[in-house]
Design a protein around this ligand. Structure first.
Ligand SMILES: Nc1nc2c(c(=O)[nH]1)N[C@H]1C(S)=C(S)[C@@H](COP(=O)(O)OP(=O)(O)OC[C@H]3O[C@@H](n4cnc5c(=O)[nH]c(N)nc54)[C@H](O)[C@@H]3O)O[C@H]1N2
Ligand SMILES: Nc1nc2c(c(=O)[nH]1)N[C@H]1C(S)=C(S)[C@@H](COP(=O)(O)OP(=O)(O)OC[C@H]3O[C@@H](n4cnc5c(=O)[nH]c(N)nc54)[C@H](O)[C@@H]3O)O[C@H]1N2
Ligand SMILES: [Mo]
Length: 709
């Protein structure tokens, strides 16, 4: 083993954590991956990072360009040369642009790779290519956190709401509100500090339709809540705080605007409906007493951290959820102080980030993520700006990860040309006309920065010799650019680009230094607290909102004049929620959390990880008894949009009336079109929330015992 080489990297996946991967290589082949072995919080990788050797050398890794020879979706392809594939694509892009205009090209660049240079999103090569190409169509709407980002921008004037995790050591009480970082991570150090806080005696609560893995680990008091109804409970907590005079008057007076109108709405002055715990109990299923107790505890035990993930915001009117959480943090004065917490936003710290590839300004037409299938199917006749002729996908398993798969299959018949860059033949790639095989992150040079962890950045070294004929997205777009007469697209080496990026971003370690250090930690003298300056010195550091204060009543939202996006956080009964008349046929609310074995749908095809997945339908034992379903039995899960067969996990860790299935298992229909793979999006609805949230957790289904054929 003495001629082994060692390299350092981090997952280029969209988990957001950026843990350390130490890669042992011999003769260009990765032999072993280990991680940070220092004691303390560190940058320790999870099983997904440690399995990247199995991803790199997976049997089904694509190694040559493929051209479709059967029907779309049939999975019948044959290899073609790069020459033929790229000539074809360049010709089509040019002719569609000339004949129909550039807006007829839709580029969907999404979450596949989050490296700085090789990002599959806007800051990467696809973003650069299509902005030079000109006025194409692309998506808007952050599938993860649109509700949270909208809310934080409106309330605080910034999406950077994160405190460093060592703050948890100061919190007397922590509420995990739809937050499950033992699985979803939100930074490699998060769980470490939560466990340390527990050891120091911090009290934990969990408000979630499931007693999730984090809550179980921390022995949190579980408060089950019906999905998508959280805003009602938060408003009722505010009602208790106002009614019992528990809120922080000084904080509210010094730092907020709009409390009076909020108070009026809460106490019933506006609509004659006081938002009492009894009112909320009817909507949320949470007993009024429990709401009262949590309100008192949160208001009295300062500092306290009400921590949300993003799932409760991925519901109908999810924006209201994050707005209401922000207001409660303000009413309790838990903003800008160590041990407090401001949920929402991008969950990153306001320290700036490294900039990616330069993109010339171009007039992009944007269509919301939930409207893509309508766009492809209807185009101009549906009121969209154009008909889509070319669909170009980088780093997205669209068909699997977007709601309403059966509608998606129809929609993917429409464009004249579909191109997908991916490492694997995903359910989406099966619908492509051309599939181009891309490099794995260990086969290229890059820089990693966490979107939730931090504050640090890392080197991503090229450790492995690229397999077969794979090319990076950057190489592919460079070759397309030169075929289309675009000069100067990529005149630098990977190293030169990375040197440029770090030179342009003051405050970050330069590339050459990072190459030596591997990981660069920014030194923080004290725990990083979001909005510390705004709270300590409001006159000198106003919030970047129109009023300069925390906007309980948002001026900007008022100007939108949309009754479904009210300027005060309000409860609006969600579609496909517990009060929807559809519950007559489809009585169960379905949630689809993220899986510990995957990143979204990535890694579902890796056997070593699939064995760690929990791809059963969680069903409460009372519901199971009523349905006559036994543990481990297969059931039909269905609604008007789709149907699947799933094995059941009967458990009291989910409340009655709710079922749960992890998102991301690959779609695998049988001859009848019934999904056998467990792709939850065969059931979800493609309808956007008014301010843009991606409401995959508002979904009603029925469950029934599977009839033998
Ligand atoms: N292991 C792993 N980690 C990941 C990812 C992954 O796929 N796998 N994906 C990454 C990405 S892209 C993202 S965006 C984040 C996602 O992070 P989140 O959106 O925070 O994660 P989820 O797992 O969807 O949901 C978290 C918890 O919310 C609960 N929940 C669902 N609906 C509701 C509701 O209406 N109300 C309440 N109170 N709780 C609800 C779920 O039961 C779950 O326990 O995770 C990132 N990290
Ligand atoms: N029901 C339900 N649906 C959801 C969610 C949910 O909670 N519930 N979560 C939503 C969220 S938060 C998100 S972020 C989306 C994510 O949805 P997607 O963005 O579709 O994420 P993935 O499913 O991981 O697909 C990424 C693809 O990129 C490929 N890839 C990896 N590296 C590269 C690369 O370097 N280049 C290229 N070209 N491709 C690469 C991977 O192989 C993979 O097929 O899903 C959303 N869908
Ligand atoms: Mo996400």
């Amino acid at each position: 083993m003495d001629n082994d080489q060692s390299f350092f990297s981090t997952c280029g996946l969209d988990c957001g954590s950026s843990c350390l991967l130490k890669v042992k290589v011999k003769e260009g082949i990765v032999r072993q991956i280990t991680t940070d072995d220092q004691p303390g919080p560190g940058l320790k990788a999870c099983p997904r990072g440690l399995a990247q050797r199995n991803v790199l050398y997976a049997q089904d890794r694509l190694q040559t360009p493929l051209k479709r020879v059967g029907e779309r979706g049939s999975g019948r392809f044959e290899p073609v040369s790069w020459e033929e594939a790229l000539d074809h694509i360049a010709r089509e892009l040019q002719s569609v642009k000339d004949q129909y205009g550039p807006q007829s090209v839709f580029w969907l660049g999404h979450s596949g790779s989050s490296g700085l240079l090789h990002s599959t999103g806007r800051t990467g090569p696809g973003g650069r290519f299509f902005s030079i190409f000109g006025g194409h169509t692309a998506h808007w709407g952050n599938t993860s956190a649109e509700a949270a980002i909208f809310s934080s921008l409106m309330t605080f004037g910034s999406p950077y709401t994160k405190n460093s995790r060592d703050n948890f050591l100061y919190s007397k009480l922590i509420i995990l509100w739809g937050w499950n970082p033992l699985v979803t991570r939100f930074g490699p150090d998060t769980i470490h500090y939560l466990v340390e806080a527990k050891k120091k005696g911090t009290r934990f609560f969990c408000v979630d339709p499931r007693l999730n893995q984090t809550a179980k680990l921390l022995d949190a008091q579980w408060i089950p809540i019906k999905p998508a109804t959280d805003t009602a409970m938060l408003l009722a907590m505010a009602q208790v705080m106002i009614d019992e005079d528990l809120y922080d008057h000084e904080f509210v007076e010094r730092h907020t605007v709009g409390f009076e109108s909020f108070e009026e709405y809460i106490m019933g002055g506006e609509d004659n409906v006081p938002k009492t715990p009894a009112w909320a109990e009817k909507r949320t299923g949470v007993p009024a007493d429990t709401i009262i107790r949590l309100a008192r505890d949160y208001a009295r035990q300062k500092p306290a951290a009400l921590c949300t993930g993003w799932a409760a915001g991925r519901t109908a009117y999810g924006e209201q959820f994050h707005r209401a959480v922000s207001v409660l943090a303000a009413l309790t004065g838990n903003i800008g102080i160590p041990g407090g917490f401001v949920s929402g936003g991008t969950d990153s710290m306001a320290m700036g980030s490294l900039r990616g590839l330069p993109r010339p300004k171009s007039p992009v037409t944007r269509v919301h993520v939930c409207d893509l299938y309508d766009l492809f199917m209807k185009g101009r006749s549906g009121g969209f700006p154009g008909d889509i002729k070319v669909l170009y996908i980088t780093g997205c398993n669209l068909l699997n990860q977007w709601p309403n798969v059966n509608k998606g299959k129809e929609a993917l018949r429409r464009p004249d040309l579909i191109v997908v860059h991916d490492l694997f033949m995903t359910p989406t790639a099966r619908y492509a006309d051309l599939v181009l095989p891309v490099t794995h992150f260990l086969e290229r040079e890059d820089l990693g920065q966490p979107w939730t962890g931090g504050p640090y950045n890392l080197i991503m070294e090229k450790a492995a010799v690229p397999l077969g004929q794979v090319k990076s997205d950057l190489e592919i777009f460079s070759e397309l650019a030169s075929r289309m007469g675009i000069s100067g697209f990529n005149e630098k080496t990977e190293t030169e680009w990375l040197q440029d990026f770090t030179a342009l971003s003051p405050g970050f370690a330069g590339y050459d230094r990072l190459k030596k250090e591997k990981v660069h930690h920014h030194t923080l003298e004290k725990p990083w607290v979001a909005f510390r300056e705004e709270i300590e010195d409001p006159a000198g550091h106003p919030f970047k909102t129109p009023s300069g204060r925390i906007e309980i009543y948002s001026q900007k939202i008022a100007e939108m004049k949309n009754p479904l996006i009210p300027p005060l956080p309000k409860f609006i009964a969600p579609w496909e929620g517990p009060l929807d008349p559809l519950t007559k046929d489809y009585p169960f609310q379905l949630v689809s959390p993220h899986s510990r074995a995957r990143v979204n749908s990535s890694l579902d095809n890796i056997a070593r990880l699939k064995s760690l997945a929990d791809d059963e339908l969680w069903l409460n034992s009372e519901d199971a008894a009523q349905l006559g379903v036994k543990p481990g039995e297969e059931v039909r899960v269905f609604n008007g949009r789709g149907e699947m067969i799933r094995r059941v996990k009967v458990t009291d860790r989910i409340m009655t009336g709710v079922v749960s299935l992890d998102a991301g298992a690959w779609y695998h229909p049988d001859e009848q079109g019934v999904d056998q793979g467990g792709c939850v999006n065969v059931l979800t609805l493609d309808k956007k929330s008014p301010a843009g949230a991606f409401p995959c957790n508002s979904c009603l289904v029925q469950v029934s015992v599977r009839k033998e054929k």
